[in-house]
Design a protein around this ligand. Structure first.
Ligand SMILES: [Zn+2]
Length: 328
């Protein structure tokens, strides 16, 4: 049954066209926001490539190859992710892939590799992969699954074809959630849909964690912080219990929207910050997201406090009209 999710349709059609034209690239970046089941998409594509009797470019689900895929023991398929207790994909894991690539396919006509999340590769791992991409082995498809392709080295991006998994529309989100016995009220659905960039799996996670209200509170805290109010120590205590990835994604979206509004329509952003300050705030958020996604066992309170101190420093220089307001 392909594709797995309704929002995969468009990307899957691209795959069909590539297969029809026998133009499957040797390396594919599967990109899109968090919560679109991109790894499942990659898995489905791998199954299709390896299937011994595909039907209209769909894995049959019955053959020896498909059974091995289902069992997770296909000798021509390799999945590379961060090892337990690590958030990083290390060079040894990529070397293992190189060793495996030296072999010819065992059962199928292709070999497939999924690296997920590809942006978790450390520098050495990236360099090692780059060498492989420079001399790609024949009949091998390497799939790099990534929520944030901007974190991938440009040298790697330039050697891969990018396939964007488009976000779900709100109706697709509603239907998928409903099939998972979730029916948020319309207002919440609209907000969650916007917050996640149209990612049903992420919406589900947020509902399960009761994230919406606490994230809304954190957004109000952040607004206060920018205005030079709020107690950093207290706020850091409050924030440490939140899903920091979600929280910082939300802040990133919020600040990006303000920048967009400033650039496109010349509006004065509601935060009262100047465009230059907003860019610096955005940099700060992006750096924090990178820290969160690349480190294990970090000190949450310290990370939040560092972030907040930076924000206060960036935003403490207000425009003259605001300084007057603040001084009154
Ligand atoms: Zn099959």
């Amino acid at each position: 049954m392909n594709p797995l999710y309704s929002w995969h349709q468009t990307a899957w059609q691209h795959i069909q066209t590539m297969l029809d034209n026998q133009r499957m690239p040797h390396a594919l970046i599967i990109a899109g926001v968090t919560g679109l089941a991109k790894a499942d998409f990659a898995q489905q594509l791998a199954s299709t490539m390896l299937c011994l009797q595909p039907n209209h470019h769909q894995a049959c689900g019955q053959c020896h190859s498909c059974q091995l895929m289902l069992a997770g023991t296909h000798p021509d398929h390799l999945y590379i992710g961060p090892e337990e207790s690590s958030k990083v994909i290390k060079v040894d894991q990529i070397r293992q892939l190189k060793d495996k690539q030296a072999l010819t396919p065992n059962i199928s006509q292709w070999k497939t590799v999924i690296i997920h999340p590809a942006d978790a590769m450390n520098l050495n791992a990236s360099n090692s992969l780059l060498k492989l991409l420079e001399e790609p082995p024949a009949n091998t498809l390497i799939m790099l699954v990534s929520d944030s392709t901007s974190h991938l080295p440009i040298t790697i991006r330039s050697r891969c074809q990018t396939l964007n998994i488009s976000s779900a529309d709100i109706e697709q989100s509603r239907q998928w959630l409903s099939a998972h016995a979730m029916s948020p009220d319309e207002d919440d659905l609209v907000r969650l849909h916007a917050l996640t960039g149209g990612a049903p799996l992420q919406i589900k996670r947020m509902i399960e964690h009761g994230s919406l209200e606490s994230l809304n509170q954190a957004a109000r805290d952040f607004d206060q912080l920018i205005k030079g109010q709020g107690n950093i120590i207290q706020l850091a205590q409050d924030w440490q219990n939140l899903d920091l990835s979600l929280l910082f994604q939300q802040l990133q979206r919020w600040v990006s929207e303000q920048i967009k509004a400033t650039l496109v329509s010349g509006q004065h952003p509601s935060s009262g910050l100047q465009a230059q300050q907003l860019w610096r705030v955005l940099d700060c958020i992006t750096a924090t997201i990178k820290l969160i996604s690349s480190q294990n066992n970090f000190n949450k309170i310290l990370l939040i406090e560092d972030f907040m101190v930076s924000i206060v420093q960036i935003t403490s220089h207000k425009t003259s009209s605001q300084v007057n307001l603040n001084e009154q």
